[in-house]
Design a binder for this molecule. Structure first.
Ligand code: AMP
Length: 388
């Protein structure tokens, strides 16, 4: 979670750099809370994972920190899951990062999401051929990422490239493919940019074959992070104006940290925003999935037995809680009702003698006797009849 400021700031870009939580640790080192995972992953690839055979697929989940303006879907501490595919420069690797994200959205119950795709190599190719220094390129891309197109155009005007960007912005086809192909034709005098546009078409072809919804190829799409070299993409839902996830290709990052030249592509998913999307869309993830159970013993002498039953149910992956306030049954039931517990297991001496307990369904208000061994089945919804 804590890395040296140097590592985190090296290739992340001005915007992220200015939003890092930075401090000096007790050893007087300048460190920061990670604003993203990729720099740390690249560090691992140059050290602990140095000898790992390629391709290497790395998954990570954890909290990240940015001094963003707090608002809906924008927090200062948030969670990301990341996928990085290290060692391949092929379009099928790029396609995998997109398709994995498609799969994750689908499995999370999120609907109507769509991808926006671009390729940083197109703009960089044209700007480099016009001898525009990398630092200025970064500034231009940063402005474009913030949708500050006028400032980006003004900067390009100084460099004599304004018309090019304006023309690029106007390129729109009826489909993602059409736009990508128009871009390819538009940059035909810029060999590096043309190759990048062809690469974009190749990736699109592979992704389209999977049925993943790519609606938009945005000619002027840019992302805040400086280390991208190729494909960039974001996934969004119509209900939120912030992205649920984003990623891209970063072929120079590992090398810039002292490793061998290693192509790589990755994606970060914002878990808080994904949860927000499921809540807004009222999808299945936001609905209660598991049944919850409370266990109450009639007499204090039966507490150990109640604990034993709670363990038995937990082993079956049932969410259980024990009544720990010493409340009488009536009060315990009132509390369970208030907290919308599904079932209450009442442990009494008479039933126990027969290896059973009283089982109360708080939804239907039915109560019957159930053999302890049958409880997991009963709770998971298999078999409705009492088995006393
Ligand atoms: P980025 O690298 O900035 O594109 O971030 C990757 C993903 O992290 C985004 O697509 C969001 O889902 C998530 N994310 C970024 N910033 C925030 C934030 N301040 N609060 C919540 N999620 C965020």
């Amino acid at each position: 979670m804590v890395e040296t400021y140097e590592l985190l700031s090296a290739k992340s870009g001005k915007e992220i750099r200015s939003r890092m939580f930075t401090f000096r640790d007790l050893g007087d080192r300048k460190v920061a809370l990670r604003p993203e995972f990729t720099a740390s992953i690249a560090r691992l690839v140059t050290s602990a994972f140095k000898k790992e055979p390629k391709p290497l697929r790395i998954f990570s989940v954890g909290s990240v920190y940015r001094y963003d303006e707090p608002q809906r879907g924008r927090y200062r501490e948030f969670w990301q899951s990341n996928f990085e595919l290290i060692g391949s420069s092929k379009p099928e690797a790029d396609a995998e990062a997109i398709i994995l994200t498609d799969c994750l959205m689908k499995l999370s119950g999120i609907s109507n999401y769509s991808f926006t795709i671009g390729h940083i190599g197109i703009l960089r190719g044209v700007l480099s051929q016009n001898n525009i220094a990398e630092k200025v390129q970064n500034d231009i891309l940063q402005l474009m990422d913030k949708k500050d197109l006028n400032k980006a155009l003004a900067l390009l005007e100084k460099k004599g490239c304004r018309d090019f960007l304006e023309g690029l912005l106007e390129l729109k086809g009826n489909t993602a493919f059409e736009t990508a192909e128009r871009i390819q034709r538009y940059v035909k005098d810029y060999p590096v940019a043309e190759m990048a546009a062809k690469n974009l078409v190749d990736i699109l072809t592979l992704v389209a074959a999977s049925g993943c919804p790519i609606e938009v190829v945005e000619p002027a799409f840019a992302r805040g992070l400086e280390y991208y070299t190729g494909l960039i993409f974001e996934v969004k839902v119509p209900e939120l104006d912030v992205a649920l996830g984003g990623g891209g290709r970063y072929d120079k990052l590992v090398e810039s940290f002292g490793g061998e030249a290693t192509p790589a592509v990755g994606v970060a998913h914002g878990l808080d925003r994904m949860i927000l999307a499921t809540q807004i869309q009222n999808s299945f993830l936001s609905k209660k999935q598991r049944k919850t159970v409370m266990i109450v013993s009639i007499k204090p002498e039966l507490r150990a037995e109640a604990l034993r039953i709670s363990e038995l149910l937990r082993e079956e992956e049932i969410s259980v809680e024990l009544e720990v306030m010493g409340r009488r049954i009536k009060k315990a039931l009132e509390d369970a009702n208030r907290r919308k517990v599904d079932y209450v297991v009442i442990v009494g001496a008479k039933e126990l003698k027969a290896g059973a307990v009283a089982f109360r369904d708080l939804g239907s208000r039915e109560q019957f006797t159930v053999k302890i061994a049958q409880l997991p089945k009963k709770i998971k919804g298999k078999g409705r009849k009492a088995s006393s």
